[in-house]
Design a protein around this ligand. Structure first.
Ligand code: UD1
Ligand code: UDP
Length: 360
């Protein structure tokens, strides 16, 4: 294969699907390697099924561990895989440990790297993702950005701007490509939810790893559940901590397993509000016009805030912000941000195929 995609986590699958499909349509020889960072059926396989991703050419089965352990295992497994497959270009997605490991291995083997979703910055180096993003962008030869401010971030870090392409958001290609399948009423019925409900997802280490933080989050969510029912599909990280902190017993809280993409987006589409610390969910709510309250102090996706759908809140600000949202005071724009139009995969495929022609 000339192009080798490396994916490993739930957000990677959602971003890679339209890029792989567009390169396939362009007749490009490609391979897909799954690192196995996410491995539960509900964190992995369900996305391959629903998003039409090809079965991986290799599954490295790396699994979970501390950052050092997981990254070390990823490096060793990816070095063998990339050496054996000798691609002309490695494509990596987002900001997870699989992304960093693949970029580092490729760079050391002298294989050029394309980074999809480059240039996002929270400016919070306590986030593992911020460390990964900065390093990957230093290693990349082709940088695909979702939003114009990312170009400025990259320029200030000394990245050659000739390598940077503003192409829009591939996650929104996936959303717009499947929106016809989103069925809020069916998803609501499947989980016994009333017509008015909110969707909650939490998995950032800062919110769920520390028992104190998990207790604070569980407390404020229990309070939110007095205003409306909460559908809470819990990521494995923090599931135990949030349940132990009492979230499972709070009236109006529906704790769920991680959901498949179609079911999750169906619930989001029908929700009166979303409360989250996810990166992707801030973007998806922006395009669906669903009010989003983000339980974080920073966001690497400021366009979701300036656009008007997203607001960063502390625990203390959540309930007043939720009230305001439920009052329906704010009107939301009809269009998404520039180039979040469902055509990002083909834009990336055009640039990659031209790049391959010039580098053969
Ligand atoms: C990873 C990413 C994070 C991203 C998230 C998306 C890093 C550093 N973090 O976080 O940026 O927002 O994915 O979902 O790469 N586990 C399971 N089943 C699985 C996978 C994980 O039970 O299929 C459990 C394991 O106990 C593991 C924990 O979840 O220790 C965390 O998994 P890991 O991949 O290390 O990080 P995430 O929190 O998923
Ligand atoms: N998602 C899903 N089911 C869920 C939660 C999330 O299908 O129960 C999808 C959704 O499209 C989201 C993506 O997975 O944007 C990535 O989610 P996550 O919050 O895990 O990662 P992040 O974007 O924070 O890195």
């Amino acid at each position: 294969a000339r192009v080798l995609h490396v994916v490993g986590t739930r957000p990677n699958f959602v971003k890679a699907a339209p890029v792989v499909a567009a390169l396939e349509a362009a007749g490009c020889a490609q391979a897909l390697v799954h690192t196995g960072q996410h491995y539960d059926e509900r964190m992995s396989e369900v996305f391959f099924r629903q998003l039409g991703l090809p079965r991986p050419d290799a599954d490295l089965g790396v699994g979970s561990g501390s950052h050092a352990r997981q990254t070390a295992d990823l490096l060793v497994a990816l070095e063998a895989e990339l050496t054996a497959r000798a691609p002309r270009l490695v494509v990596v997605y987002g900001d997870v440990n699989s992304t960093l490991a693949a970029a580092l291995v490729a760079a050391k083997l002298g294989v050029p790297v394309a980074h999809v979703e480059a240039g996002l910055r929270s400016f919070d180096m306590a986030m593992p993702e911020e460390v990964n993003r900065r390093l990957v962008d230093q290693l990349a030869d082709l940088l695909f950005v979702t939003s114009p401010e990312a170009v400025g971030h990259l320029a200030r870090e000394g990245v050659d701007i000739g390598r940077v392409h503003f192409v829009g958001n591939p996650m929104i290609d996936t959303l717009l490509g499947h929106v016809g399948l989103f069925d809020p009423a069916a998803a609501r019925a499947a989980h016994g939810l009333p017509e008015r409900y909110a969707v909650v997802t939490l998995h950032r280490p800062a919110n769920v790893d520390d028992p104190e933080a998990a207790r604070a989050a569980a407390g404020v969510l229990a309070e939110a559940a007095r205003h409306l029912d909460l559908a809470v599909p819990l990521h494995p990280r923090g599931r135990a901590a949030l349940s132990a902190a009492g979230l499972a017993d709070a009236p109006g809280v529906h704790l769920l397993e991680p959901l498949g993409y179609i079911e999750f987006m169906s619930l989001v589409r029908g929700a009166a509000a979303v409360i989250t610390d996810s990166g992707g969910v801030q973007e998806e709510t922006t395009v669906l016009g669903v009010p989003c309250l983000t339980l974080r102090t920073t966001t690497e996706r400021p366009v979701t805030v300036t656009h008007g759908t997203n607001r960063l809140v502390t625990h203390g600000e959540l309930i007043p912000a939720l009230r305001k949202v439920l009052d329906g005071a704010n009107t939301l724009p009809a269009d998404g941000p520039p180039l979040w139009d469902g055509r990002t995969g083909p834009r990336i495929a055009d640039i990659v195929t031209q790049w391959l022609e010039h580098h053969d």
